[in-house]
Design a protein around this ligand. Structure first.
Ligand SMILES: [Zn+2]
Length: 199
């Protein structure tokens, strides 16, 4: 049996704890305040940080990072950004699913872009090497914790194709959402589309 904890001061701005909270109205207000259209998944490597900015330069209908929208009291009530980044090791899709589902629920998504990049740190080790190192150095067995196909990048076209298929087959992403896979050349700042929409 679970009990609902009493609200604390930290909960003063938790939406679902406000008097008269209306979930449907709150969701509609969120969708109006946030023009999210596209989620971009990419690596947490600092050299990859400009990926969403550069995609927004390539695609005139996208805005990133955009501007914050303030109300008369200076409260942050929205943003003009149409791209939300999901920044994870290697830009692997497995880490992004929950965030995509929530993003679509709140704001309505049109496309998801998976970007893997050249010279990625996740291509410097193998799944087997990582599992073995954890076993011998930490005494931890991770062999049942992650899919070995998502742990490291051994071939960019293979990893990208795997991730696009993982997202496309996931029940957490409606079929109306376009999935695009791209490789980013970290030194030349160039994108190559490897899995175009519908491909
Ligand atoms: Zn990387």
């Amino acid at each position: 049996m679970t009990t609902t904890p009493e609200p604390t001061d930290l909960d003063a701005f938790v939406y679902s704890r406000q008097p008269g909270y209306d979930e449907t109205a709150t969701r509609a207000a969120f969708a109006g305040a946030v023009p999210l259209r596209t989620i971009v998944i990419f690596c947490y490597d600092p050299r990859a940080a400009a990926i969403p900015t550069q995609l927004a330069e390539l695609w005139p209908d996208e805005i990133y990072p955009g501007d914050l929208i303030l109300d008369d009291h200076g409260n942050k009530v929205g943003s003009t950004a149409t791209i939300f980044p999901i920044v994870v090791a290697g830009g692997r899709a497995t880490d992004a699913l929950r965030s995509i589902t929530i993003g679509h629920h709140l704001f309505g998504l049109q496309r998801v872009v998976v970007v893997h990049h050249t010279n990625c740190g996740t291509s410097s080790f193998t799944p087997r090497g990582l599992l073995e190192a954890y076993r011998t150095e930490e005494g931890i067995d991770l062999s049942n914790m992650y899919s070995s196909d998502s742990l490291a990048i051994g071939h960019l076209e293979t990893s990208l194709s795997y991730d696009v298929n993982l997202l496309r087959r996931s029940p957490g992403i409606p079929a109306s959402v376009e999935i695009i896979g791209m490789v980013f050349d970290i030194d030349r700042n160039e994108f190559t589309v490897l899995t175009p929409p519908g491909g």
